[in-house]
Design a protein. Structure first.
Length: 622
């Protein structure tokens, strides 16, 4: 009997040994040790938890066993252009099985679009041709993070880097690169739209975050710039709208609401980003005749410190920097442009960049004040507060030119490119300042009535100002800068509908030919050549009209003069009495500017191939 009992006990012990512990407890799992249950009096704890007096728990998430989903293996084969095109399509991102049915425990993994070396090259080109005008990244920090491939581990950093690649490849496609060391053909094998779609995809997955990631804001700004390059203005407004939505959710228009744990570098980057998007917003309001979504009076963000990136990091500002940008007025407490130096050796290029912000702040008030004057009906608000501004446009123009004349010479003369990035940044500022000053002059000019001679004079001055800028800067700045030229076409378009004297004809002819030459100089794939050809044809038609006028074939001209009044009457680009626009691109009332001798087409026919809306030179007369 005893032997029988012993045999049964041995049998039971053998049965226990055959039992398989299918899952280790959390403590053993973390230490990667064998999990054993010694007996029945252990309170359901394994031997290791008993020995080390640990709670024996099974709280970790159970992962599915077996082979990984096939969709994960697809990410390793995305290096070829064919596979990239299958997954990313401009404006529509093809959905893979992992996107349709996401695995809950699978971490985000960056798709492979191009090699790390290509990304690094595109970032370096960004620092050459985009950064001087849109410096929303700290150079050393950006290069370090890309070199360490940190963007492959964070989807918002990935979106920011992809947006950089998108705008750079778009400008390379428009022949904006001037440095011969870059292999443009190799760098543009993957189209800009591929990078754009990748950035939009990750940016679109953000949702309502507890706190907006800074790289998400920068991605929106870069995508908006890229949309301008594509001439996709609805998408531009989409990205700008998302940026302003994120800023509004966290109150980022006030530095007091910024995260408390950010360092010096991110603080400066946030300031640069804020004022960059502010200028884009004002620019959009002018060029698209839209509303202003960010007001400088409602913002509490100071200007970036006028100090080059090489002279500060998160440890502090270097005191041996060749700039006085560390003054308390400029660095901590004031929007205003606090100082100007005498030469490039003692003034940071950001001094000129901040001056451009000053110009756009003036532009905001010009738009508000002079548009209000054109309202046909006074509202009760006007009766309560009175006129928006009693300052005439001429006084504003004089103040702007005084500010410009007080700038250091390095910001008033655009020197030829040297391929020295430090020196060329000053050239970019000078070119951008020239373009912005002339745009502001044109807006102020169009707010008051003027004769044909005056309109030709201002258009000629603007063309001359652009002609003095080395063409490399104009090509590198690309589409955003060419939008300034549309204003000249609007001014000249109004001239073409009025009777011309011999002297006026000569002026119009010279300005049109100069504008055509300027557009040909900017030949980089955005309709400039076609527009130049149309302008030259228009010159021929102007000459034919004047020849007919000399032979007395001017009956329609006299009739037009009788109907339209003097040369100082409201030009065809002003608002009609009903406030409605015609079917053309320009806001001309029907019948207000009939064709003369059948020579002059509507001005929107002259510029109908331009991919942007040039309906912004219709600020009403004072």
């Amino acid at each position: 009997m005893a032997g029988l009992v012993l045999s049964d006990a041995a049998t039971q012990e053998g049965a226990k040994k055959l039992r398989r512990i299918t899952r280790a407890c959390d403590y053993c799992h973390r230490r990667s040790i064998r999990c054993r249950f010694p007996g029945q009096d252990d309170n359901n704890r394994c031997q290791n938890c008993v020995d080390f007096d640990q709670p024996c728990l099974f709280e970790r998430v159970v992962k599915r066993r077996g082979a990984k989903p096939r969709s994960q293996t697809l990410t390793s084969d995305r290096g070829s252009p064919e596979s990239i095109k299958q997954e990313y399509v401009y404006g529509d991102i093809c959905r893979t099985p992992s996107i349709v049915n996401p695995v809950p425990w699978q971490e985000w993994k960056a798709p492979r679009i191009v090699s790390q070396a290509t990304v690094m090259d595109l970032v370096k080109i960004y620092l050459e041709i985009v950064y001087p005008v849109f410096p929303i990244f700290h150079r050393a920090t950006l290069i370090r993070r890309v070199a360490k491939a940190e963007y492959l581990t964070n989807k918002y950093s990935f979106a920011a880097v992809m947006s950089i690649c998108a705008i750079v490849t778009a400008r390379l496609a428009d022949r904006a690169a001037y440095n011969p060391c870059w292999d443009v053909q190799e760098l543009t094998k993957v189209k800009s739209e591929v990078f754009y779609a990748a950035a939009v995809k990750e940016c679109g997955n953000a949702g309502a975050l507890d706190r907006t990631h800074f790289d998400l804001l920068r991605t929106c700004a870069c995508l908006a710039l890229t949309a301008i390059q594509y001439s996709k203005f609805r998408e531009f407004e989409t990205h700008m709208g998302k940026y302003h939505c994120l800023v509004a959710m966290d109150g980022l228009h006030d530095e007091a609401n910024w995260p408390k744990n950010i360092g010096i570098v991110e603080t400066e980057e946030r300031r640069r980003l804020f004022w960059t998007v502010y200028c884009l917003d004002i620019y959009s309001s002018v060029s698209r005749n839209g509303v202003i979504r960010s007001r400088e009076q409602q913002s509490n963000v100071v200007y970036p410190t006028e100090l080059d990136d090489d002279y500060f990091d998160d440890t502090g500002y270097r005191t041996d920097a060749p700039s006085s940008g560390l003054s308390s007025n400029n660095a901590t407490s004031s929007h205003s442009h606090s100082h100007v130096a005498t030469d490039a050796g003692s003034s940071s290029w950001l001094c000129g960049w901040n001056f451009i912000n000053d110009l756009y702040r003036v532009m905001e008030h010009v738009i508000t004040n002079f548009r209000d004057k054109g309202r046909q009906k006074r509202s009760f608000v006007s009766d309560i507060f009175g006129e928006a501004s009693a300052v005439p446009a001429s006084n504003v123009r004089d103040s702007i030119m005084n500010m410009y004349n007080n700038l250091p010479q390095c910001f008033k003369e655009t020197q030829p490119m040297t391929l020295d990035q430090t020196r060329d940044r000053y050239g970019y500022q000078a070119a951008s300042i020239t373009a912005t000053v002339q745009l502001l002059r044109m807006i102020l000019f169009s707010s008051a009535g003027a004769t044909i001679e005056d309109r030709c004079n201002v258009a000629s001055e603007v063309v001359d100002a652009f002609m003095r800028i080395p063409v490399q800067y104009l090509q590198a700045m690309s589409s955003p800068l060419v939008h300034h030229l549309a204003a000249i076409g609007s001014i000249l378009g109004s001239v073409c509908y009025e009777p011309l004297s011999e002297s006026s004809h000569l002026q119009v002819r010279i300005v049109l030919l100069a504008l055509a030459q300027l557009l040909e100089n900017l030949d980089h794939g955005i309709h400039s050549t076609a527009c130049a050809e149309k302008l030259r044809k228009l010159v021929i038609r102007v000459d034919e009209r004047m020849e007919n006028q000399r032979h007395g074939i001017n009956g329609p001209i006299a009739q037009f003069h009788e109907n339209s009044g003097s040369a100082g009457s409201p030009h065809p680009f002003s608002r009609s009495s009903s406030g409605d626009k015609s079917d053309g691109s320009n806001s001309m009332s029907t019948g207000s500017a009939p064709s003369i001798d059948g020579v002059f087409p509507p001005s929107n026919e002259i510029f109908d191939d331009w991919p942007w809306n040039h309906d912004y030179m219709h600020l009403p007369e004072s």
